[in-house]
Write a protein that binds this ligand. Sequence first.
Ligand code: 5GP
Length: 209
Amino acid sequence: MDKGGCLVVISGFSGVGKGTVVKRLVEKYGYVLSVSATTRSPRQGETDGKDYFFLKKEEFLDAVDKDGFIEYAMYVDNYYGTPRAFVEDRLAAGKRIILEIEVQGALAVKERYPEAALIFITTPSAAELKNRLAGRGTESEEVILARLDRAVTESEYIDNYDYIVCNESGQLEDCVDEIHHIIESGNRAVRSQAAFIRELKEQLAEFRK
Ligand code: 5GP
């Protein structure tokens, strides 16, 4: 990546607050957020071109055919993809780009850009994740259940990430600073969080019983 640009891939369970973390990384430390394309409908307050490029399924698949995404994936019945031109241009200009994407996309990015830093944001426990999802109040019960089920699947991918960071209630800035520190230090130290990951996976698996 020319001129010191870098790619930071942030994933995390739905409801973990990663959108807020990413927003603060942009405001506080000048990261550039890539705007994805999706076939899902806009939520209240979301703007086309700012939160997502909202595309019809045919438009999305047309862009796939034209190699318009560096990765794309299906998530809870909708497509999501990272526009290629934006990422390539900003990297060439030396920017630090954040992709806020789900696990399959993250792994695809790592294949294509091995120097990308993959960061997974989690809650301290599975129970807290469920509370936050229910408290958001923007999704139906059915969607909440689908997202919890998806979290169980996603937990299987956590080991592929370079870092796991906790977003504890009321500690947003700590989470933001920790991520920035990881990127700044370029630290590739092996995590010592295997026990935490194992416990979280066990708690999440309870949602499927
Ligand atoms: P939401 O519908 O809640 O905005 O996003 C659902 C999931 O899609 C989140 O996990 C989000 O990180 C992921 N996502 C958003 N944009 C992309 C993208 O461009 N590619 C992939 N693979 N996932 C994305």
